[in-house]
Design a protein around this ligand. Sequence first.
Ligand SMILES: O=P(O)(O)OC[C@H]1O[C@H](OP(=O)(O)OP(=O)(O)O)[C@H](O)[C@@H]1O
Ligand SMILES: Nc1nc2[nH]cnc2c(=O)[nH]1
Length: 185
Amino acid sequence: MTDTVDELNQVMAEADCLVDENRVHSAIRTMAADITERLRETNPLLLCVMNGGLILTGQLLPMLKFPVQAEYLHATRYRQETTGGILEWKLRPEVDMNGRTIIIVDDILDEGTTLCAIADYCKAHGAAEVLTAVLVDKQHDRKARPGLKADFTGLTVEDRFLFGFGMDYKGYWRNAPGIYAVKGL
Ligand SMILES: O=P(O)(O)OC[C@H]1O[C@H](OP(=O)(O)OP(=O)(O)O)[C@H](O)[C@@H]1O
Ligand SMILES: Nc1nc2[nH]cnc2c(=O)[nH]1
């Protein structure tokens, strides 16, 4: 256990801070204003993608100036790794989506496999409209569909392995108060 904590402290000490806390908060405020303008009349259902979407959802929700129904789901494909595999649904949303406007909230759109699968699930369960919101869009040409973008994006970040603000390193450091890149990754 001490070894684990030492390694995790070392990872943070050596990491590059790509976006500091102030810039992250400012990006979330802008997202909240954009989402409010777009969705305030639609009675949307917000779906937080656990675990990574937890922090963004928690910060975004109090900034949305209209009634929001918030639920969650859990889908994962990276587990403790730095590359993604098959998407595993750990908890599917049970809420009725029929005819609803859905906004899916997650920490990162990397290849986009996760968000596409969740959006497809919502459409297959009767959602009238599915929108997506992510704190970070990672810049590279490996997207699940060419040109794939979220409807609301906080920040665009270089192609490194990231942690902080919901994103984990081996299950830890989701609490890091900024967007960090692991040394060498
Ligand atoms: O765009 P993609 O390449 O599909 O990757 C993005 C997904 O990866 C992370 O989840 P992860 O699988 O690590 O699960 P977690 O949220 O529980 O950490 C992140 O929270 C996104 O949901
Ligand atoms: N923690 C973390 N999870 C991810 N899921 C997809 N890309 C990333 C990333 O860069 N960091």
